[in-house]
Design a protein around this ligand. Sequence first.
Ligand code: PLP
Length: 394
Amino acid sequence: MRRVYLDYSATTPVDERVFEAMKPYYTEMFGNANSLHCFGREGATAVDTSRRKIAALLDVKPTEIYFTSGGTEGDNWALKGVASAYRNKGRRIIVSSVEHAAMIASAKQLESDGFDVVFLPVDGGGRVLPEFLEKVITDDTVLVSVMTANNEIGTVQPIKELAEIAHKHGAYFHTDAVQAVGAIPIDIRGWNVDMLTFSAHKFYGPKGIGALFIKSGIKPSKIITGGHQERSMRGGTTNVPAVVGMAAALELALDNLEENSVRIGKLRDYFVEEIEKKVPYAIYNGDRVHRVPQNANFAFEFIEGESLLLRLDMVGIACSSGSACSSGSLDPSHVLLATGLPVEKAHGSIRFSFGKYTTKEDIDYVIENVVKAVENLRSISPLFSEFKGDKHYV
Ligand code: PLP
């Protein structure tokens, strides 16, 4: 059976070239980067070279890059670390209502610890408009955090404008760029953000490694205490092969950014057009202008997203209802609800996310099967029968 992977926003395969770069650090150059002997020095050199490479690619200083275990840790650290280190400045923390669970859960934890947490609303496309932030920001706001691109609907936020408002009020600005790095150009200096999270497994690097950019001069509290790794800011033996892999993956992703994003964006646009043409009552979720190229999220009315997902899985198609992190939960997506989508339509939503190995043939196969599966599920949907006015269901 044909298999089509359309869940690149959940994770990407490791690029072969990245894997090759990592291999020697598992077997030959396996030393602990903190050890003083020659084995350790090999590891330390690899970490140092990778840090410099990543910093140069993002146009920041190597000392501003802190390796983490991924996006979740970076988000937790930025939020909890700044709230704790600067608690004497104020108690207000502002995050958008469409953040990833890593941020929402951290914000809720801070709320239960007595912080004054405000969840920013979004417009119908999932955008945080600058005026929404202006309305709630106060001079005792410590941190504002708004993601660069959303993981469910792909909406891209006006980061530069939001950071400027935060700074006007003396607050720090963090952005979760996990879905954006490798998908759209990242301009840390131009946007003037204070902290930025990214994670290698979203751009064809290994899982379990990421980094938090922390602008010089900002000192969030540590959340992982232990040894003196990461300039005493984060304990734990450095995952040398993963760090090497992330640097290699970032280099490849940025070298091919324009080419990949144009190609992927065209495939996505074709997919969206065909679905809108061929499937009635399909609602496109998200902003049609400010969006990453790899995402298309649809609510298919009168059916359950999970049922569609399982039907597609039966024909080898992998996509997602909600985000991978909330799978297993039957709650409707907080992102879709925040955009104003009613609960029943949020339940019928599916995310298709495309990547560098997606082909036009893949897309045609998926379109054909989505059309069939939606038709089939609607043929047995009491909601659809009721909508059409079929007597026996009324
Ligand atoms: N933030 C966003 C926007 C994400 O999409 C994800 C992963 O899906 C994360 C954070 C968590 O990253 P990680 O899986 O590296 O912990």
